[in-house]
Design a protein around this ligand. Sequence first.
Ligand code: AHR
Length: 492
Amino acid sequence: AVSTHKMSVDTDESAGIISKHIYGHFAEHLGRGIYDGLWKQDENGDYIIRDDVIDALKDLGIPNLRWPGGCFADYYFWEDGIGPKEQRPSVVNNLWGGVTEDNSVGTHEFMDLVAELETDPIVVGNVGSGTVEDMANWWQYVNHPGESPMSKLRAENGRAEPWNVEYWGVGNESWGCGGNMRPEYYADLYRRFATFLHPYENVKPFRIAAGAAGADYNWTDVVMERAGDMIDGLDLHHYTIQGSWTTKKGEAVNFDESDWFELMDRAIEMDEIITGHKKMMDKHDPEKRVWLIVGEWGTWHEQEEGSIPGFLYQQNTLRDALTASVTLDIFHQHLDRVKMANIAQTVNVLQAMILTDGEKMLLTPTYHVFDMYKVHRDAVALPIKLNKGKYRYEGESLPALSATASRDKDGRTHISLTNIDPNEARTVEIDLKGMDVSAVKFGRILTAEAMNAHNTFDNPNNLVPVSFDGARVEKGKLIVEMPAKSLVTLEL
Ligand code: AHR
């Protein structure tokens, strides 16, 4: 028999606002994310913005885009990427495939892209191998409204107006690829670099410090203690990895239930990790002024066989999609501190929204999760209580259900429910406290027969959300029949 789970939603109360910036994205100079992803070569070999990709991202509506890395940020010299293209030097992307790039995409090209996408740029400056002067000049180049050496240079390169970039990263993963620093050292360096990001009349910097790796709570403790007063956002990175980080990660498509269970378990760990960092942040910033930003998250599998080493190209299945919905639910549960997040990475890299192959393009199941969840952006989170039940596998168990409920600015209520159990359907009986609902207005579901269902270039619509008719109102309660391994979003 299908088990029934009780849930209640306080529809006239608020658990806070779900920041739209939780739905942010990330585009690094890595693999085919920038070149042959967001940009493509025209017949003359020049890189142009790829319209089909941009249209798909515009449909999704992305609130922000983080660039140019990632690890790349700490060996990126912005001056290489401005001015006439033929005069730009080539550089070697040492960490990601060792490929040579000609800096065709630089500051102006990135700013054109974010203007097209109508999204907020997040620029990450080079602390690992750059100087304070380099970063201060980049800030001035991008933002100075008046007369200055850098605004003059910007105008000479065709852009008189400043771009007013507010979100500014001071290094990336400074504990690792960004310089292998101790938190004590980074905190001092951060203070120094951040000092020279001067506010102008048109823009004040929102300064983002490199946060911890996964469960390294000491990093957060030390950085917040020593530099917290100068930090606006702390950029935690945590990936969902099945298998072993050092020997062999799990595969994106060829997996069994034990791998499914393990990946779900890893995804749910995000809750514990955020809780741990929040504790440290609360110690030094009890008013919760500083945002916890999950600036890199998502599934990281072995890269696809035959793809270029270091390019991190992977397929994306129903399993990835459900880890995304569960993770977004966790972010919402921590909305008092988590105000921004960036899934890695937008196109052709890791848990991408979009994959391309020559002229072909597909939307991944994770794209569809973001699409189904966009109703929660900037909405009021409604307090929920949920009997999550248990997904059991070989003597172990995980919470089977996960949910978010919110009310948007037009007064519409939305509920998203995920059932990670690949075997058992579940019925959820929802008590909508404070709301008289007679019928469900609209519902969509993402599910499939196969655990590893995914979209291919030959069959790009194999796994897409479809209309859902498994929800009804009965004796004042909302009854939702959740199939195994599914995500449902309802509008009431
Ligand atoms: O997203 C891929 C890499 O993962 C980034 O360059 C780095 O910041 C992280 O380790």
